[in-house]
Design a protein around this ligand. Structure first.
Ligand SMILES: *Cc1c(COP(=O)(O)O)cnc(C)c1O
Length: 388
């Protein structure tokens, strides 16, 4: 393929930020946006049909994590799921003096909620991670106090792709009788999840990270777990989350979950192969570049690179001109001027952090896409280095 042919296509490699909706999700959604528009609370056929479809999606989603459908609560996405899990559990009893354990590389939805709870009297322990971004189970054990009410540790990190020892932390939390929450937004549909085996009480997911629509997600709440609702109103979602159900969103998420979870292992293996080939090529062809995060405990679609003497933002802009979309640091941090808290936590200085980019593959990324991306990556890195 020559450069002219390459320029005709777009290669989207920012799937940790969001994904393209899969066809099944688009189709299901459109029907409930336009034709089946009834309010699920309605006492007539159009309403019943919406209710039926919502409950079918709930059932489908519950199966993907081995939960009961009564334990799935629809919310507006990953951010709300994190807020409801943390504030909901802490506010279900006196929060003053209650203790939360979390990690330094959580999503800002968790870290900012912890900050909010701290200002209202909670004690918060933020545990450090090692240079690969892994949290030690022993550190969690040592941080436990009699007042500890909640442990919140993400399943996989959105920037560097590191997977945490969730099963071990779950076992510990269960033994100590402490609630355990995990933000599984990045992990869901990328690695198999069984809430019983993992001993998690609360698990949050967002549809737009696995080929579903934006603005919808769910929180798994283990039966018997007490939470204070954060949105009050008409009492939908058993009073846990009032507001007319986002029916098209729920249907779109259900379809995305059904198909993507069924393909999870196969997609993961494919992506891992492409990821590792890409990493090898980058290592061989581009000097002054390190791979951040863990190679052993890593999401199959994540590559996080740190280049010497390169401005990551400039590199991303140049690649965009080549029709290749990648991210600098994290797309989730609204304040782009600040260095990523995740990279700081794994010991990067600000110069190193600024020289980094994140490449995240999708189920549709091909080996050819990867080859083209590496070709342009090398070209633009060379160009930037010659300029400085
Ligand atoms: C994207 C993301 C969120 C936020 O999800 P939204 O649906 O965009 O609110 C939370 N946690 C992690 C780990 C994420 O990657």
């Amino acid at each position: 393929m020559n450069e002219m042919e390459m320029k005709d296509r777009w290669i989207y490699l920012d799937n940790a930020a969001t994904t393209q909706m899969r066809k099944e999700a688009q189709k299901g959604m459109l029907n409930y946006l336009c034709e089946q528009y009834g309010n699920p609370g309605g006492m007539y056929r159009l309403g019943y049909e919406s209710r039926r479809a919502v409950e079918e999606a709930r059932e489908t989603i519950a199966k993907t994590i081995h939960a009961d459908c009564s334990e799935i609560y629809f919310v507006s996405g990953g951010t709300e799921a994190d807020n409801l899990a943390l504030r909901g559990t802490m506010e279900s009893s006196m929060i003053s003096g209650k203790h939360i354990i979390t990690s330094s590389i959580e999503h800002s939805a968790v870290l900012n909620t912890c900050k909010y709870l701290k200002e209202r009297g909670c004690d918060v322990t933020i545990l450090p991670v090692d240079s690969k971004g892994r949290l030690s189970v022993d550190a969690v054990r040592k941080a436990i106090r009699p007042s500890t009410g909640l442990i919140s540790v993400m399943m996989a990190n959105n920037e560097i792709g590191t997977i945490q020892p969730i099963e071990e932390i779950g076992e510990l939390a269960k033994k100590e009788g402490i609630l355990f929450h995990t933000d599984a937004v990045q992990a869901y549909a990328q690695i198999p999840i069984d809430v019983r085996k993992l001993n998690v009480d609360l698990l949050g997911v967002s549809a737009h990270k696995f080929y579903g629509p934006k603005g919808i997600g769910f929180l798994y709440i283990r039966r018997g777990t007490k939470l204070e609702p954060q949105i009050l109103g008409g009492g939908q979602e058993k009073g846990m989350r009032s507001g007319t159900e986002n029916v098209p969103g729920i249907i779109g998420m259900g379809e995305a979950a059904k198909y993507t979870c069924a393909e999870c292992v196969a997609n993961g293996e494919r992506e891992k192969k492409i990821r590792d080939t890409m990493i090898e090529k980058i290592r061989n062809e581009i000097s002054g570049c390190v791979i951040d995060g863990s190679m052993e405990y890593r999401l199959p679609n994540n590559i996080h690179l740190c280049f010497e003497k390169i401005d990551g933002e400039m590199l991303v802009r140049l690649l965009d001109k080549d029709h290749i979309a990648v991210a600098t640091g994290s797309a989730c941090s609204a304040n782009k001027k600040e260095v990523s808290h995740v990279l700081t936590a794994i010991g990067k200085n600000s110069e190193q952090a600024r020289g980094s980019i994140r490449i995240t593959l999708s189920k549709d990324t091909t080996m050819e896409d990867a080859d083209i991306a590496v070709h342009y990556l090398k070209k633009e890195v060379d160009r930037l280095r010659k300029m400085s």
